[in-house]
Design a protein around this ligand. Sequence first.
Ligand SMILES: Nc1ncnc2c1ncn2[C@@H]1O[C@H](COP(=O)(O)OP(=O)(O)OP(=O)(O)O)[C@@H](O)[C@H]1O
Ligand SMILES: [Mg+2]
Length: 486
Amino acid sequence: MASKRVRVGPVLDVEVGWPVLLAVTWLWLTWKTLRLVGRVAWWAVRNPAKTVVLTVGLAVWARWGLPGLAVAGVVGVGVPVAVLLVVARDRFTRRLADGARSVWRRWVVYAPRWRRLMSRHGLFVRDDGTEELAALREVRCTGVVDRLRVGIPTGLAPADFEQAAEALAHAVKAEDCRVRVSRPGEVWVDLLRRDPLRETVPPLPVPRVVDLRGVPVGCREDGELWRLRLLGTHVLIAGATGAGKGSVLWSLIRGLAPAIRSGLVELWVIDPKGGMELSFGEPLFTRFADTSPADFADLLDQAVEGMNARAARLKGKTRQHTPTPGDPFRLIIIDELASLTALVGDRRVAVRIDDALGHLLTKGRAVGYTVVGALQDPSKDVIPYRNLFPTRVALRLDEPTQVDMVLGDGARDRGAYCDRIPHALPGVGYVKLDGVREPFRVRAAYLTDEDIRALAAEYAPGRALTPADIPPALPAGFEGPPAEAA
Ligand SMILES: Nc1ncnc2c1ncn2[C@@H]1O[C@H](COP(=O)(O)OP(=O)(O)OP(=O)(O)O)[C@@H](O)[C@H]1O
Ligand SMILES: [Mg+2]
């Protein structure tokens, strides 16, 4: 027995001696062992907390045996739990409930029916008689949504999941299903069990410190606060009549209130509906125009003048203006943008408005001049400046085609069904969040006329500045959002 015949498939068929065979086997085992050690080390580096707990656990076990390990376990788990119960009871119990719910729903609701769910919706690939299903990797549940992290089998794409979303929602009796790319090869499938946006969102608490990088305006469908960025961007709010554009504007104003009072933020407001929508808040506004197009043009021209003067002052010194009471952030709010740009009868005034708006939208972002415009019909001929608004909010719209006009190509296919928002849910809409490809559903908080009057009475500009009104410093290197942030 000096040699052995080795055949590997059709390629290799040789006679080798035992020493060679042993050497190859030894090399193979060494390679496997090294790889295992490497993997464990890599896991330890990526999970430092777990590594520390495991190492301490092993050391305690080696030193004091099983009883010692049991005592350490009780102390190690009991003490942090007790501390968390004292300092962050609500958050902790919610997390605990969510964790238990996630485990339960993963193993009781999703795992048993996963094969059927995937094969019925075509989320598998068949290859050489074998079948590879989309893989359920993680389930995270909250009171309102089940978020499934799913591995995409080679051969499928996120679009296949987006296509199956509606059917998947019906299959698991969810209100809605949204698909988001988590990373290459993986998607989050969000199944909405209960619509958290069904109830009117009451006015949010006025923030103590105003942060122009995220002003709270309402609620997101995942239960988080919906914040709208104002610094370094312009915001377009589109929605059919009665869709709730006013509630977005008022929530935004409420979120800015302390900074308005202290003079860090000025509101320059145009209400072409003759003050129907915004005149309640007049005490909060530094400039207000609600009568003739000539007034609107004057207001915008003055804004452009101020903006140009500021740009000249800041040139070469900074790339993003920092508001101070002497040099405030100016928010130009325009309700019914279309009446300004398309429906003005006087040609000369229309040209002035067009010019001023064009200047503000192209140059205002970096120098602290932000335009927030509301609009009923987003079609191209009504608003030629649509693309100059990096941040956009789409409320209920009449036509499916209008959705992509507001949120960008493909937004509706990715789940922004603005045309399906019921009339009974004003203030509900879709937004694109920074760095997230798929649109998020949101609902603006609703302020009654009384709320608005009370806000105007309490926060009219002119009060002395307190330290709480000064916004936190911007992180180093901050230059505003990328142009395509919306
Ligand atoms: N966020 C909201 N939550 C609950 N109800 C709302 C909300 N926003 C608006 N509503 C209700 O819907 C009605 C219409 O809203 P709003 O006037 O803001 O619509 P709009 O989009 O500004 O319409 P238009 O283009 O005609 O001015 C409001 O009077 C209010 O009753
Ligand atoms: Mg309105």
